[in-house]
Design a protein around this ligand. Sequence first.
Ligand SMILES: [Cu+2]
Length: 171
Amino acid sequence: MSHPTSRRMLIGAAVLTILSLPALAQHTAHSASKPSATTQKSTVQKSTGTLPLRAVNATVVAVPPMVKETSVFGTLLNSGKTPVVLNGVRTTVADHGMLMVTTKSSGGMQGMNMTETLTIPAGGRLVLSDTGDHLMLMKLKRALKVNETLTLTLTSTDGRTFTFKATVKKP
Ligand SMILES: [Cu+2]
C-alpha cells in the first residue's frame, strides 16, 4: 500500500472517505486501537526544558477538507550529546498526533504502523518522509490552508519538549 498522502493516493483518500475502503480505515484504526497512549505519555513530565532540536523544511501535507488526517515531513536535527527519544507530537488543529514508521513487506508492499518512540541520534538527524518515519496528525479539527503555518510540539520520554513551525504544502 502506498502512503495515503502521496499525490496519487490523495485522490484515492478522498474516494476512500466516501466508500470507506480499507486503506484509510486501517489508518484510522491505529488511533482507535491505542486512543490515548501517545497523549498520555506526552503529558508525563519527568523534567522540563527544551530539547536541543532544530526542524528543517518542516511540512504538513495539504489534504482535501474531507480528509481528517495528514502527515508531517521534514528533518529534525539533534545538536545534543545524547539521543532524543520522541514519544509524541501535538498541535491545536488536531485531536492527537502519532509517530509512524513505514514498513515494507516481503512482497514489497509499503504500509505504516504507529510506533511508541522515534529516536534522533546524538549529533544526528531524523528524516521524516512519506517513505520512512513520519508524524501523523489525526482527527483534524478544521480544514488546513495551503501556505499556512502550524505550530507543533514534540515531546520526549524525559519530559522535554520542542515547539516548531511547519508550513502546509501540497505534496
Ligand atoms: Cu502515515
